[in-house]
Design a protein around this ligand. Structure first.
Ligand SMILES: [Zn+2]
Ligand SMILES: [Zn+2]
Length: 490
């Protein structure tokens, strides 16, 4: 598998993950695929034991035999498959650039394709563990046949992991620390500049006897887990901001080491919301993080999610997978019975429809109460949506917040009901709190690439009453800390 780039006759199975835009040169539209080399899945797709006969890898033969005997739904298969499919060395991001933008739109996001070396389309290959492309070339694209698509979805799907550390005895002995409990109060939310990516830290509050009020304590949770330095960007403005992203990576990674018991909420599994994992994966300084963290994620069946599930399964952490359901059940969850942090599943469209398959239409949103440090009965609400469409959030949950982390980094949303019709779109933008002092929008923008933020989108938010757009790319140090009644540009 490591010979991917040298192999002149490669083929891979590719999960169409997201639309991307070329940052320099031809500035083309593209599709970023999560790929796994075909030789790795071939015996599973063909259900052929003989294909593994030459292999020296006993765990592979064992896994294949288990699959042929019991199928992919068996719990034992699931445990075993994470080590095999969730191996970060065998997963790549492969981007295909299209000279005609309409061609990119022919690719169905979340569907499986077969990519073969040689052909008409320009590709670039980046290993999961790495920032730099390791190969460029031409390839061909074929939609995988229906049976293979179904099998790949089964092989790659993730499910909840109970976590080896969720054990009463260990908890009593202080070995298991849960990041958030029902009494945790939140002092603020740190919106980090992380390039064309998203990461928000949720900061708890602690009472200071000396000051007689609540003070910031520590980051208990992250809403989305993205990081890109922007160093490789073709754009000078983004590169100039790169040092701020690098400084934030240092802060976040030190935090994961110092207080490893975190809750991680993923709005969806797109690369720009999960790529912080690429910075820490395989580094033993983060073993405690994988052992003690709790992940709350939406359902998916893509290669990269298996890397995260494998780490948690290996070290003992917990993962709760919220399934895609339709019609939406609009259930609201208090995270660990905490009234100050809620999350809900977004299920905006019928999965039977094309739009219903897009991860932005089946994600997770969160809302946090930021406490008044002088009076714990008072708080302001902040809504966090990642890239997920506002249209899937019940009005009662999304309206009347003081602060809003704007959908899709403030970029133009490529899918209906957003983007195409400004009037319809505005109907979905949450209504801010009826108080001119508390209606601030936050844009996790890198300033240029991917149209983040887009002036038109900012205008629509302004028209809905959201004022003073706060942009991470304009933050002095690259961090905006949102609190009950003050926004710190620190
Ligand atoms: Zn996305
Ligand atoms: Zn995004």
């Amino acid at each position: 598998m490591n010979a991917f780039k040298e192999d002149t006759n490669w083929s891979c199975h590719a999960y169409a993950s997201r639309f991307v835009f070329e940052e320099e040169g031809k500035m083309r539209s593209g599709i970023e695929f999560e790929v796994i080399q075909s030789s790795k899945v071939a015996a599973f797709l063909k259900r052929d034991k003989a294909m593994a006969l030459d292999s020296q890898d006993e765990s592979y033969i064992d896994l294949l035999n288990h699959y042929l005997e019991h199928g992919a739904d068996h719990e034992m298969f699931y445990q075993k498959k994470l080590a095999y499919f969730g191996n970060e060395e065998t997963i790549y991001y492969l981007t295909i650039w299209f000279d005609v933008p309409a061609e990119a739109e022919q690719i169905v996001i979340t569907d499986w394709y077969l990519l073969v070396e040689g052909g008409n389309y320009d590709y670039q290959l980046v290993p999961f563990m790495g920032d730099e492309p390791i190969a460029y070339g031409k390839c061909s694209i074929y939609l995988a046949n229906q049976q293979d698509r179904e099998t790949l979805n089964k092989l790659m799907s993730i499910r909840s992991l109970e976590g080896k550390n969720v054990n009463a005895n260990r908890a009593l002995n202080g070995e298991w620390i849960q990041a958030i409990d029902q009494n945790t109060l939140f002092w603020g939310a740190t919106v980090y500049y992380v390039g064309a990516a998203l990461c928000v830290g949720l900061l708890s509050a602690a009472y200071s006897v000396a000051l007689g009020c609540l003070v910031p304590h520590q980051t208990e949770a992250y809403f989305d887990f993205g990081y890109k330095s922007g160093n490789n960007s073709g754009n000078a403005y983004v590169r100039a901001n790169s040092n701020k992203a690098v400084a934030n990576l240092a802060i976040i990674s030190q935090d994961l080491i110092n207080t490893p018991a975190k809750t991680v909420i993923l709005s969806h599994w797109h690369n720009d919301h999960i790529c912080l994992v690429r910075q820490i994966n395989g580094n033993h300084n983060y073993d405690a993080f994988w052992a003690q963290s709790t992940w709350l994620v939406p359902q998916t069946a893509a290669p990269v999610a298996n890397i995260v599930a494998h780490n948690l399964n290996l070290y003992g952490g917990t993962m709760t997978v919220l399934p895609n359901v339709y019609p939406a059940n609009n259930q609201v969850y208090n995270v660990y019975n905490n009234p100050n942090l809620i999350l809900g599943k977004i299920d905006a469209f019928d999965p039977a429809l094309l739009a219903g398959r897009h991860p932005h239409h089946h994600g997770i949103y969160a809302r946090i109460n930021l406490i008044n440090s002088l009076n714990v009965l008072q708080y302001q609400q902040m809504l966090l949506v990642g890239d997920c469409t506002y249209s899937g959030i019940p009005n009662v949950q999304k309206n009347d917040c003081a602060y809003l982390q704007v959908c899709h980094h403030g970029g133009d949303y490529a899918l209906p009901p957003c983007a195409q019709n400004p009037v319809v779109n505005s109907l979905y933008i949450p209504t801010p709190k009826n108080d001119p002092n508390y209606r601030y929008a936050f844009y996790s923008a890198n300033g240029v690439t991917h149209g983040h933020p887009n002036a038109n989108i900012m205008g629509r938010h302004n028209a809905m009453g959201w004022t003073a757009p706060w942009r991470t790319d304009r933050a002095l140090t690259g961090r905006l800390v949102v609190t009950y009644n003050h926004i710190y540009d620190v």
